[in-house]
Design a protein around this ligand. Structure first.
Ligand SMILES: NC(=O)C1=CN([C@@H]2O[C@H](COP(=O)(O)OP(=O)(O)OC[C@H]3O[C@@H](n4cnc5c(N)ncnc54)[C@H](OP(=O)(O)O)[C@@H]3O)[C@@H](O)[C@H]2O)C=CC1
Ligand SMILES: O=C(CO)COP(=O)(O)O
Ligand SMILES: [Zn+2]
Length: 346
């Protein structure tokens, strides 16, 4: 059996901080709410949401600092101690992922309230959580509702929107890797999920000039694309349609680089290199990233070229069960250096 879980409500618009109350009432989520936010997103929207919820619900709150197993455990303890009926995650990908996994483990629903359009985990059912030093993709639950407040998301530095483009363009190589795994390893492949995922990647290529304006229309376009990627992942039952070798490269950087860049920025650069390895038109990908002002090389990522090469050589070890263009043995140092140099990444 193939179980596809999807959000029941998606709200996209302005001034939606007070809407959590109505959504929770409509969906009958229960009396006791737990708000999760980060130190910054608490100020950006978390406190206001908490305040509006207090008028109708019994509310507690918790600050989340990273997408790690420790933070998931901390959230589970809070859910048990406070008897929470539901959660709301106010923040970037890290906070939403912690909520997703805690929600799944505790069996309570959660609402996703993204404060950035920097990643496609806004509506997906899988969580990327750091466990014992490396990121693992864990099956969880999708949010019961998504509340995307364009006004809030627009206050985030433009860099985050450009990162969202990187996370969507990565679907081009992710789908290629998935097809490869299907042909070589007989892995399950969903044509529908792959097409949906590719649609978001094509949309950002086509709309790069609009997106770079960083206005309300840009935010709406990017948010819709990111939500579609999440739906594609739900249909596939894994992050396959949106995560291939370019993601393994980014996860490797997160593990070894002293100061990693944003997820979407790293996967964007990874996509240029993996597209080259796949024999795709990598220049077109670089062009789109340049157009929207996303990083296209090590310097712009603020990461030393040495870490780029190392990440490329160890990427295949991150999730060995996820077969990609990197194969079972990965890239040699020479091949990694060559690919990075040809594509102008180093
Ligand atoms: N599950 C999935 O399908 C997917 C998961 N991911 C995961 O998502 C994470 C990346 O998410 P990303 O959003 O890039 O990064 P983070 O969630 O780590 O957020 C980065 C920083 O941005 C801050 N921030 C959030 N909103 C705003 C805002 N409006 N204005 C200013 N600063 C803001 C955060 O504040 P604060 O410190 O308050 O949190 C944090 O300091 C990774 O862990 C990645 O693996 C990515 C794609 C898909
Ligand atoms: O980032 C993701 C998709 O964009 C999630 O993928 P992972 O399975 O690599 O964590
Ligand atoms: Zn991603």
């Amino acid at each position: 059996m193939h179980l596809m879980q999807l959000p029941r409500e998606v709200l996209l618009g302005e001034n939606l901080k007070g809407e959590a109350v109505n959504v929770a009432k409509r969906l009958g989520l229960g009396e006791k709410a737990l708000v999760l936010y980060g130190p910054k997103t608490k100020e950006i929207a978390g406190k206001d949401i908490e305040k509006s919820l207090r008028e109708s619900f019994d509310v507690s709150a918790l600050v989340i600092r990273e997408a790690s197993m420790e933070e998931v455990e901390k959230t589970l303890t809070k859910i048990r101690d406070d008897n929470s009926d539901w959660l709301i995650a106010v923040g970037g990908g890290s906070i939403i992922d912690v909520a997703k996994l805690a929600s799944f483990k505790a069996g309570v629903p959660f609402i996703s309230f993204p404060t950035t359009a920097s990643h496609d985990g806004i509506a997906s059912a899988n969580a990327s959580i750091k466990d014992l030093g490396t990121k693992t993709s864990v099956k969880a639950v999708p949010p019961v509702a998504v509340i995307a407040d364009v006004g809030v998301i627009k206050t985030a530095p433009y860099r985050y929107l450009a990162a969202g483009v990187g996370d969507m363009i990565s679907n081009l190589t992710a789908v290629k890797d998935w097809q490869l795994a299907h042909r070589i390893k007989g892995e399950y492949y969903s044509e529908y999920a792959a097409s949906l995922s590719l649609m978001s990647a094509k949309m950002v290529i086509k709309n790069a000039d609009i997106i770079r304006l960083g206005n309300e229309e840009s935010v709406r376009k990017v948010v819709k694309g990111l939500i579609s990627c999440g739906v594609a992942m739900s249909i596939a039952g894994s992050s396959r349609p949106a995560s291939g070798a370019e993601h393994l490269f980014s996860h490797a950087l997160d593990a070894i680089a002293p100061k990693p860049a944003l997820h979407g920025e790293q996967v964007g650069v990874g996509t240029i290199i993996m597209a080259y390895l796949h024999g795709l038109k990598w220049e077109r990908i670089r062009e789109t990233l340049k157009k929207v002002g996303a990083p296209t090389n090590a310097y712009e990522l603020g990461i030393d070229p040495e870490y780029i090469i190392e990440a490329l050589t160890i990427a295949h070890t991150i999730r060995p069960e996820r077969y990609t263009i990197l194969g079972k043995d990965g890239l040699t140092r020479e091949a990694a250096e060559k690919a990075a140099k040809i594509t102008g990444v180093i």
